[in-house]
Design a protein around this ligand. Structure first.
Ligand code: ATP
Length: 282
């Protein structure tokens, strides 16, 4: 049984078509990334699946639970890490977790136990009784993530979890996200950082203008183009050609080397696949 099954999701805001019929499935314990430019419909999808907005049309299931038919049951199965940090800065880390736990109907004893475990897991235990205001940006993100895990959801929705963070802190968060997956949680991640999806995701869907353009493993998406790319800087701009192997790429580059052009040979990456399949840059 799939952890998440989405069928033909449509969302219209008046004349704006935010989602134009999106369908996908996520097997249990998979990390699935939704990759797309600003305004593509990533947040709208997460808001619908976490019960914050009703779709115009479509169906969704978490395991065998109908997300729109049994919203309370569905909410218990899902944890949401929103894009904006909506923690209470004047409360302590523990108090923020306590409020969230009470909202989910957990007992104080259970919340204490889970909070200790999760604060330890995210290296935040020494800060337990400090105000959130005193935390760095990376620490606030980690708290936001473990808060979503307090009620032990089976599916975690992460909306741009590393936006605006420096590369060191982003990598640390990637480690945390991977460890959450390894503990058995299915993860739905949205990002517009391609390297984030390439590093973290088992499967990637490219979304553009409210539609899924293509979905596959990062490796398979890259392999559809080839293994090596040759970038040629021309007067008209950058042109990239893809080749099955290094030999073919080198042969092509050698043929051009007589002309005064800047030529680079490199491995194909997921950004190439995105540009190729969506016809534009993230
Ligand atoms: P970002 O990377 O900027 O978060 P996104 O892929 O998450 O982008 P969405 O926020 O889902 O994109 O937006 C999809 C489209 O729906 C955009 O055109 C956006 O302007 C529109 N939209 C989103 N929320 C609303 C709303 N409440 N009212 C009207 N239009 C909306």
């Amino acid at each position: 049984m799939d952890a998440v099954r989405v069928e033909n999701l449509v969302k219209e805001y008046g004349p704006i078509k935010a989602l134009r019929g999106i369908s996908f499935r996520i097997a249990p314990q998979i990390l699935f990334a939704f990759l797309g430019p600003n305004g593509a419909g990533k947040t709208t999808t997460i808001r619908i699946l976490s019960g914050l907005t009703r779709p115009t049309a479509g169906r969704a299931f978490f395991f065998d639970v109908d997300v729109f038919g049994e919203p309370v049951k569905a909410k218990r199965l899902a944890g949401l890490v929103p894009q904006t940090i909506n923690l209470d800065l004047e409360l302590t880390l523990y108090e923020n977790l306590l409020i969230h736990g009470l909202l989910f109907g957990l007992s104080q004893r259970e919340i204490r136990r889970r909070a200790e475990e999760l604060l330890t897991f995210a290296d935040l235990l020494p800060r337990k009784n400090h105000k959130v205001r005193t935390l760095s940006g990376g620490m606030r993100r980690r708290l936001l993530i473990i808060r979503a895990l307090l009620h032990q959801p089976k599916i975690l929705f992460l909306d741009e979890p590393t936006v605006g963070l420096d590369p060191h802190i982003r990598r640390r968060l990637w480690g945390l996200i991977k460890r959450i997956q390894q503990r058995g949680t299915t993860i739905f991640l949205t990002t517009h950082y391609i390297e984030e999806a390439e590093f973290l995701a088992d499967r990637v869907a490219f979304i553009d203008r409210g539609q899924i353009v293509i979905e596959d493993t990062p490796k398979a998406l890259i392999a559809r183009l080839g293994e090596f790319a040759v970038d040629v800087v021309k007067e008209e701009g950058l042109e990239t050609k893809y080749f099955r192997n290094r030999e073919e790429a080198e042969k092509f580059a050698l043929e051009l080397s007589g002309q005064s052009q800047t030529i680079t040979i490199r491995r194909v990456n997921l950004e190439d696949a995105f540009v190729y399949f969506t016809g534009r840059k993230v």
